[in-house]
Design a protein around this ligand. Structure first.
Ligand code: SF4
Ligand code: SF4
Length: 81
C-alpha cells in the first residue's frame, strides 16, 4: 500500500530527502507522494522513512493503493532496475 500526505502537511521539506524512491514532490499547497513510486520503503528499509521524519504525523496509508509486500518489492525492483 502506498502512503499519502494529508492536508495537515506543513511543507517542512523533511520527508523529501528521506525517500530513496524519489516519490515525494511539492504540489502546492502541500507535498504529495507518487503512489507509483512509493514502496512503503520495502526494498530499502524496515519502515517508512518519511513517516519517521514527519513531525506532524500527516503521512498515512492510501486506501486507493492496496498492495502486498510482494507487490511493493516488485515495484521497488522496477524502479531501480
Ligand atoms: Fe518514499 Fe518510503 Fe515514504 Fe514511500 S514510504 S514515500 S518510499 S519514504
Ligand atoms: Fe509535510 Fe510531513 Fe513531509 Fe514535512 S515531513 S513536508 S509536514 S509530509
Amino acid at each position: 500500500m502506498a502512503l499519502m500526505i494529508t492536508e495537515r502537511c506543513t511543507v517542512c521539506d523533511a520527508c523529501v530527502p528521506a525517500c530513496q524512491n524519489n516519490a515525494i514532490k511539492k504540489d502546492f499547497p502541500k507535498y504529495v507522494i507518487d503512489p507509483k513510486k512509493c514502496t512503503e520503503c520495502v526494498g530499502v528499509d524496515d519502515e517508512p522513512q518519511c513517516k519517521l521524519v514527519c513531525t506532524v504525523d500527516c503521512i498515512v496509508s492510501d486506501p486507493q493503493w492496496i498492495e502486498t509486500k510482494e507487490d511493493l518489492l516488485a515495484k521497488f525492483h522496477r524502479l531501480h532496475s
